[in-house]
Write a protein that binds this ligand. Structure first.
Ligand code: ASP
Ligand code: MG
Length: 448
């Protein structure tokens, strides 16, 4: 049995959390452990880079000290070996030099930002080796630099893993022979380009790293340990009637992750699906509590499984009379979006217009919008929420729309997408209505 386990920031927050997470590693007999930065550190590192760039150096030093203090405190409690201590000190000094570099150059590229963010995972993984060796006593845990295998392209801040290369490198560096009687502790979130520049896979990317490594070593299962006991029918902060889901299919879970459930990084399930590796999501704070299994086949396929909400969405409507009875309009539009590397989430079209949803942030891309307006009329509505009902056979169930909209008759629905997926029905509402819509739909459709 080969198990890859990933621990998120809250499972790494302090020495106590790290020791508790280490117990889980032993209990689950994991052979590869992927860790996130300690809770809050990635945000602090981003702040550090920004402050070094445009703020005062005194403020930057205060952030450096805060980060170092947090890690030194854990190191002292875990009683780090001299070697691990040296590694940690080395990371502190590299982090400081990078901040100085950013400050002197008054330049903070995405490449520099990725390098800065990488310190979080690099520091936490050094500490976790010690935590694990405390629990398993016989020095089974060893530090592994994930960048040895995790090669990516050079899209800094959202780098794409080079799958086939990674698989080949895993065969060499994480072979069965190497993993025998050892526990490899490694970093989530970070990678390396062909030119040896450090990259990151995007915020929350450690889940994705764990899945890529699970694929790379052909693992029997992948475990994502977080601070909640699995995936729920909706965000429990929106309604206290949200219930845990014990099993969910890959298709439903990937819709759920993509359409707003914060629990898994949206790309995580791709490698697991490619190799059919079951994924478990559970709480490192209560590892015996039931979590959620995400698998290819599950026991039941209910019409409604869960409801997700994605906030901060914008609706961009593009219209031109030239679209009337001609071809190639959509092609040209998508070419422009593609050129600016903007991902479109939902689309509806009429004879002379097309509406697409994008993240609110995309509205800052001035060049994209000037290109679009050169060739059609552009209208923008922002601060919307996308509500998605996830389940099975959604596009083949008579009376479904009536059932859904009957529950929220008083709400203005801006756009509806039904039909493209068997597993998802989504629509757009004003951000102010979002939570109320989720609560109503959840409590009427998912609570029996
Ligand atoms: N530390 C990174 C972040 O906060 C990656 C992760 O935790 O998955 O986004
Ligand atoms: Mg996470």
């Amino acid at each position: 049995m080969k198990v890859v386990s990933k621990f998120g920031g809250t499972s790494m927050a302090d020495a106590g959390c790290m020791l508790r997470s280490s117990e889980v590693v032993i209990q689950q007999k994991s052979c590869v452990v992927v860790v996130s930065a300690t809770s809050g550190t990635t945000n602090d590192l981003i702040q550090l880079a920004k402050t070094s760039h445009t703020g005062s150096w005194t403020e930057a030093v205060a952030i450096i000290e805060k980060i170092i203090f947090r890690h030194q405190k854990i190191a002292a409690e875990l009683v780090l070996t001299p070697e691990l201590n040296k590694n940690l000190e080395q990371l502190f000094s590299e982090m400081k030099s990078l901040a100085q570099g950013i400050n002197l150059l008054e330049d903070c590229s995405l490449k520099a930002m990725d390098k800065m963010m990488s310190f979080g995972e690099r520091m936490s993984s050094v500490l976790f080796v010690q935590a694990l060796n405390h629990i398993c006593k016989n020095e089974k845990a060893i530090f592994f630099d994930v960048r040895t295998v995790l090669k990516t392209d050079d899209q800094f801040s959202k780098a794409k893993p080079l799958t086939s290369e990674i698989i080949e490198l895993c065969k060499i560096h994480l072979s069965d022979e190497k993993l025998k009687n050892k526990i490899y502790v490694t970093q989530g979130f970070i990678g390396l380009t062909k030119d040896n520049a450090t990259t990151t896979l995007g915020r929350g990317g450690s889940d994705y790293t764990a899945a890529i490594l699970a694929e790379g070593i052909n693992a029997d299962s992948l475990e994502i340990w977080t601070d909640v006991a699995g995936i729920a029918t909706t965000d429990p902060r929106i309604t206290n009637k949200a219930k845990p889901i014990s099993e969910i299919s890959f298709s439903e879970a990937s819709e759920l992750a993509t359409f707003g459930a914060k629990i898994l990084h949206p790309a995580t399930l791709l490698p697991a699906m490619r190799k059919n590796i079951p994924v478990f999501v559970g709480s490192s704070f209560d590892s015996k509590a039931t979590g959620t299994w995400v698998k290819k086949e599950v026991k039941d396929y209910p019409l409604f499984r869960a409801i997700a909400i994605r906030k901060k969405q914008a609706l961009v409507t593009l219209s031109t009379l030239e679209m009337l009875q001609t071809h190639g309009f959509l092609f040209k539009l998508f070419e422009i979006f593609n050129k600016h590397k903007v991902s479109i989430d939902a689309i509806t079209t009429s004879e002379i217009s097309v509406s697409v949803t994008v993240e609110n942030d995309v509205l800052d891309q001035k060049e994209l919008f000037s290109e679009l307006s050169n060739f059609c009329e552009v209208t923008i509505e922002k601060d919307l929420s996308m509500v998605s009902l996830i389940g099975n056979n959604i596009n083949h169930t008579p009376g479904l729309a009536q059932k859904i909209f009957g529950c929220i008759a008083d709400i203005n629905v801006r756009m509806i997408c039904l039909g493209a997926s068997r597993h998802n029905f989504c629509f757009i509402v004003n951000e102010n209505d979002g939570n109320a819509v989720v609560q109503k739909l959840h409590d009427q459709l998912l609570v029996q």
